[in-house]
Ligand binder design. Structure first.
Ligand SMILES: NC(=O)c1ccc[n+]([C@@H]2O[C@H](COP(=O)([O-])OP(=O)(O)OC[C@H]3O[C@@H](n4cnc5c(N)ncnc54)[C@H](OP(=O)(O)O)[C@@H]3O)[C@@H](O)[C@H]2O)c1
Length: 384
């Protein structure tokens, strides 16, 4: 990796103590000042030009590293060539040009370290392999392929992981590209990630790559959650593997319906959710009624004074209820405790003053509360 993300990664590894790095690409273009600055700080960086699709050449590079540098701690393949074209017009050469650096390069690297358990073996893939991106079937296939290779290596009991990187801004090919991908990415609910997000994902990949990790070798970053009733659903939305990205706003919808009923209003959800008790005109009687409704509908005990609290938006009450729904009410959600039966008592001082106390029943997180960062933290792999 000698491109934008590769050099950024080197800086980060050096900041975190790396002293020896070997970089390879067919024609690495690295500015002398960058090399000199690191050399001044006692860091050795070797530029070893090589085409990773040529196994003999890659083995020769490996031999030089073994001869001239300390033992290898980790290996990364992020080689990439793009040939964006519709499937209808895609030639075999378009497919091979894109697939070879990623898949052959990774296979060659894996063969070189076949029986060597490095501290990390990371293949840099793309979210394109998970959600599919227009004109990039070859790239998506290449990325899906490297993830499978990463899984194979893990199955052999070795460290290995694969990062399905989303859209990075500020560094890397998307930033260098003259194409404006914002609109296309917005349609796919792909969020803008920073250079720092990428670096953190690399740290996560090292962690997720442990042979005894409870998570799969693959994780994805950069997808946004979508409300179930969003006007423009991304193409990936109907695929069940993304179901945890579809935010079901059951609590919000139900609370709004209840407020409209007791207040005899027709205010739409969006407006209602932004209002607090004062703007809605909630008196203590109505607040008691809302509290009872929360108890009955969600088995969640929200104190009356919280409901009546100043500046407490109805949205935060709905979120509080959703977060504290006892596990037996969400039986289809994995990893839930199933013993809770008493109403959950909410005593969250950030929401508002409360004179009521009670034991807070530990509850687990329903689907609607899981976030993209969960996925990014390897809690939800796409294709294990
Ligand atoms: N930037 C993003 O937002 C983003 C998003 C998703 C995924 N990714 C992934 O992140 C990785 C790095 O991306 P980047 O943004 O740094 O892209 P980049 O600047 O284009 O870097 C790609 C590198 O691959 C090298 N390469 C291509 N073919 C090679 C071969 N046969 N042998 C050896 N090296 C080869 C290129 O150098 P030479 O031309 O000198 O060979 C280039 O330095 C890629 O795997 C990409 O799929 C990036």
């Amino acid at each position: 990796m000698s491109g934008g993300l590769g050099l950024s990664l080197c800086d980060w590894l050096i900041e975190n103590g790396a002293k020896y790095l070997a970089l390879t690409s067919r024609n690495p273009q690295v500015v002398d000042a960058w090399l000199a600055a690191h050399k001044k700080n006692g860091v050795t960086i070797r530029l070893l030009p090589c085409n990773v699709t040529d196994e003999a050449a890659l083995r020769a590079v490996h031999e030089r590293i073994v001869e001239e540098m300390p033992p290898v701690a980790g290996a990364v393949n992020g080689a990439m060539v793009l040939r964006d074209v519709s499937v209808r017009n895609m030639s075999l050469e378009d497919v091979q040009t894109v697939i070879r650096p990623k898949i052959l390069g990774s296979i060659h690297l894996d063969r070189i370290f076949h029986d060597v358990d490095l501290d990390f073996f990371i293949l840099v893939s793309s979210i394109s392999g998970v959600i599919g991106t227009v004109g990039q079937a070859n790239y998506a296939a290449a990325n899906a392929g490297v993830c499978s290779l990463s899984a194979q290596r893990r199955n052999r009991g070795l460290h290995s992981s694969c990062i399905n990187v989303g859209m990075i801004n500020g560094v890397g090919y998307i930033t260098q590209s003259e194409r404006n991908l914002d609109e296309a990415m917005e349609r796919l609910a792909v969020v803008h990630l920073s250079e720092s997000d990428f670096r953190h994902s690399f740290a996560e990949a090292i962690e997720a790559g442990q042979p005894d990790s409870p998570h799969g070798p693959e994780f994805t970053l950069g997808l946004r959650e979508i409300p179930q009733d969003a006007a423009n659903m991304p193409k990936w939305a109907p695929d069940p593997k993304f179901s945890h990205f579809i935010v079901r706003r059951a609590a919000e919808d139900a609370l709004c319906a209840q407020l409209r009923r007791v207040l005899q209003q027709s205010t739409p959800n969006d407006e209602l959710l932004e209002m607090d008790s004062t703007s809605l005109g909630l008196d203590s009687l109505i607040s008691v009624d809302i509290r009872s409704w929360f108890l009955k509908s969600f088995q969640v005990n929200i104190p009356v004074l919280k409901i009546m609290g100043n500046n407490v938006q109805m949205l935060s009450l709905a979120e509080l209820a959703a977060k504290n729904i006892p596990a037996p009410l969400t039986p289809d959600v994995h990893g839930q405790e199933t013993t809770a039966s008493a109403p959950s008592s909410v005593n969250d001082s950030s929401v508002g003053p409360s004179t009521e106390t009670g034991n807070t029943t530990p509850t687990s997180t329903p689907h609607s509360e899981r976030t993209a960062s969960d996925s990014a933290h390897g809690k939800s792999e796409g294709k294990d």
